[in-house]
Design a protein around this ligand. Sequence first.
Ligand SMILES: [Zn+2]
Length: 440
Amino acid sequence: MENVNVHVNVMMNARKDLLMDMPLTPRLIHAVPPQLGTYLRPNRVDHKALLAFIAEGTPAGLEGIVFDPTLDSIHTELRDEARERKIEAVLDTRAMELALEGGYVGSRCALPWAGEEMHRTDSLRGEAGRDCAKRITDWMAPRRYCSVLAPTHYLAAGAADPWFAVDRDLTIALRAALDAAGLAAVPIYYPLAIKGEAFFDARQREQFRLALTSLPVDAIWLRVQPFGSRSGGNVVRKYIRACADLHSSALPLVAEKSGTTGLALLAFGAVGGIESGITIGEHFDANSLISRREGGKPFTPQARVYITALQTFMSKQQARPFFDNRTLRTYFACKDRCCPRGSDDMIMYPKRHFLLRRTAEISRLSALPETVRASRYMEEILRPATDQMAKAVKAAEHLETTRQRLDMLRSVLGAILEDSQPVSFSAVPEGKRIQTRRGA
Ligand SMILES: [Zn+2]
């Protein structure tokens, strides 16, 4: 049994308060650790690129696809294909949006669980909450989703927010409704939508941890605002530290809208999964949902070009002149199989390039023992990116802010590593009920 990386289920001891009647012996669950992964959120025009991508085979770094119920008719084929390929089809009920002025708009208001008006805490307590959970279950059952995000809300006031207690009851009601509908195997993931200040506050974090550990949930999805690809090094450091405190819950952590910064979180063991849009949606900002915007036509942003070596994105308008420069093209044009014509293909098929590169980045990290992922990420991804950025910024001034952010990230993460290698690692999402994994 040499060289077999034994992964022991430590969750039993961590959750023994819930499992008093079960044996507490650690149990072998995997000969190798499960794959780190990303969840992707397709918008109304992404399904073709995503379908073509998964038709080529199931990529190792892709854990799941998060579906918007208002795009159900557009995404039906993608959902079926995902399930076929053993990629998780996750339903996001958009409950958070349904309780925000800027979110209770358009086709969302017609969802079977949307009700007559914008959701308030009072409209989802007790029987009304159970009815909402039942409507969600009835809608998702025939569509055969693999998992569902609990219908939780944005906790503007942190752990003291009145939504928090309502959300816990809604989650319990959803579990009961799913079980009653014969969907006991469908995992529920809990989106914890909070401000950075609440997440970075140790006292509140402990309240969240205690509350979530006692719920029938199978992962925590961190929807921390503001956070994402524009976050500076210090925020990333605080985020990593905060995640470590949640690891004792034994629940997998997924960093929503984290994208490129999410790679650092995966490498440092902070989270076991990340989530983003396809070349977009790498930043969470609830403010855009809090107030109503007029003239609300659905706005679909254009796909951006992922410059892998620089760990950044550019609009097509920025990428064209950038790659017109021969030196830059030599350095930064994709040389992988996704782009046989280099930068021309990156600009012509930015989604395909992104999907292949991002899943490859995650697979590469996954293949390493978790204790060396952080230093390899620094050596192979972040350090080269900051070094190369010095060249790139001379020709493209718009990269200056990204250059500063990456430099800061490098120095902050470098300092963490100098202190000590990561010792605490998030459980990894596997698309299963935690109870099932426990063998209960
Ligand atoms: Zn490429």
